[in-house]
Design a protein around this ligand. Sequence first.
Ligand code: ZN
Length: 251
Amino acid sequence: GEQVGARAAVIRKIHHVGIVVESLSRSYTFYRDTLGLPLIKEADVKDQGVKAALLSAGESEIELLEPLASETGVAKFLAKRGEGLHHLCFEADDVAAALDGLSARGVPLIDRCPRPGLAGMVAFLHPRACAGVLVELATPTEPVRDSVAPVKLKRLVIGARDAKGTAATFRELFALSEETANDGPRVMLRAGPSALLMVPAEEVGGTEGLVAISFLAQDFPALIRRLEGARVSMLRGAGEATVEPVSSHGV
Ligand code: ZN
């Protein structure tokens, strides 16, 4: 309804997708050197206990996170689940106002107030708020430049026991619009220049939560040559390739 819409967090796009890795420097071999994502910045984020890097993927970014201390959330995630997709971050015009609106609706939050992060002023919702997906909001101090990255974030795939219900939750919390409705069990939500694709967990090996990232390659044959040159494990289709998690740090 109108009132719910008015209180939804106003999202511009997916700002970044966070990936936990054992070692930033080792993960650069795939993400920077083979996939070709330009490194924008790298810094220690002390209050999160991580060394973090942002790499450009068109109008969005990829955030790589390496734990610096064993008691942090990222270290626990790495110990329990291994390397892989950790969170998604939406860009909000005003993260403080977005938190107020979500809080007023009783949405469970990890951060009640924004704090400084690598991407600007950031805050995390509790995973319970978004069907188990850890969602961050960020108001960047500097805008994400649409860079010359050779691959651009196209969509983020989320597995859910109830794909339609999970899509409805994201739609209501973040005022995302649904792409051309269909009768199938999958739902695509537009988030600025990219999208979220909700798929039933049984279609993705039972995985609930973040499953995969789709990138659009500017020069597909050149990308394939780089992937092959780096001996990346992948499944080839017509005009697409799926990199296996063993070659992309669990993603
Ligand atoms: Zn993040």
